[in-house]
Design a protein around this ligand. Structure first.
Ligand code: GLU
Length: 330
């Protein structure tokens, strides 16, 4: 009897001290095509947070998707917890323009931080006759898949030069397919809004067909930038693509990649991801050459949606809040 009592006590004690296995929170980050920069960026963020999975109980995974617009919409429906999206697309979702025109302002969208700069990249086969935006008229041009960030950028650039998707022979395929189509001579040119360097443009420039990056410059561009606050001038360093036939760096129009989430995602999860990326900033920067120019301050510029309270908690405790646009603190 005494013995059974001791065993029972011992069992009870063992149960009491066994730590409750922490519930795992699974989060998925929507990215882009596997040859772009969003996909490895999702990988970089996941890697940083998964290293602390014991501490936070978070397991992050990455999904290859159609791009910015797809990611914003999937975050809003709750199909994804996080998504990478162009700063211009974030602005449009918040203001209910472009793809969100008929659905109005997307109130649940929240920003976490900005990431690398992206350039509207126009690339053409050397013998296609495409030397500038105007000469795209009548050419076979991939302007971007529905769901991508670049689709609206291509339309804006064409529009700035008095062209439209109707004045080119427009294709709407995913960026991942475009280099192969260009090299197979089934496309004359394609647009891709992307950070540099990336595997997609390397692939497009290193095949049998000679190709060049086409500058997007001139007074129509100045007007476009004056009209839309989310566009800025950018330069693509041609050293990234030694087999392209360009001799000089390529001037273009730029936006920023940003990380977005929904107001429905918990503060703890957003706090943990924000904190780990910023506290391991030097390690994060080494994960992709497109981040080489990044500063913490840059990562707090270019957002349009209210900052998620979980991210804000970290910006407050780290003092970085001074760089956050006050209008985004709700
Ligand atoms: N900017 C592209 C988009 O929003 C994706 C670029 C990338 O995957 O790096 O669709």
């Amino acid at each position: 009897m005494k013995r059974i009592g001791i065993i029972t006590l011992a069992l009870l004690f063992a149960l009491a001290v066994t730590p409750i296995v922490q519930a795992r929170t699974f989060v998925t980050i929507g990215t882009g095509g596997v040859t772009g920069v969003y996909y490895p960026t999702g990988g970089a963020i996941s890697r940083i947070i998964n290293k602390k999975s014991k501490e936070y109980g978070i397991k992050a995974t990455v999904e290859s998707t159609g791009g910015s617009v797809y990611n914003i919409n999937a975050v809003l429906t709750g199909d994804l917890e996080f998504g990478i999206a162009q700063s211009d697309r974030q602005y449009q979702a918040v203001h209910g323009t472009a793809e969100w025109q008929n659905r109005g302002a997307q109130e649940k969208l929240r920003s976490v931080f900005s990431i690398h700069p992206e350039s509207i990249t126009l690339i053409a086969a050397a013998d296609s006759g495409v030397t500038d935006v105007k000469s795209l008229k009548g050419k076979r041009v991939n302007i971007g898949n529905p769901g991508s960030g670049q689709l609206q950028n291509s339309k804006d650039v064409l529009g700035a030069f008095g062209l439209s998707e109707e004045s080119v022979d427009a294709e709407y395929v995913k960026a991942v397919e475009a280099p192969g189509l260009l090299q197979d001579e089934r496309l004359d040119a394609f647009f891709y809004t992307v950070g540099h360097p990336n595997g997609n443009i390397s692939e497009a420039t290193s095949g049998r067909i000679k190709v060049s990056l086409i500058p997007i410059v001139g007074s129509p561009v100045d007007e476009l930038i004056a009209k839309h606050p989310y566009y800025a001038k950018s330069v693509i360093d041609i050293k990234n693509y030694p087999t392209a036939i360009n001799e000089k760096d390529v001037e273009s129009v730029g936006v920023k990649a940003t990380l977005v989430t929904s107001a429905d995602v918990s503060d703890d999860v957003v706090y943990a991801i924000t904190k780990e990326v910023f506290e391991n900033f030097e390690e994060f920067k080494k994960l992709h050459p497109a981040y080489s120019v990044l500063t913490k301050k840059d990562m707090l510029a270019g957002m349009s949606a209210p900052v998620h309270p979980g991210a804000l908690k970290y910006y407050k405790e780290s003092g970085l809040v001074e760089y956050v646009n006050k209008d985004l603190i709700k």
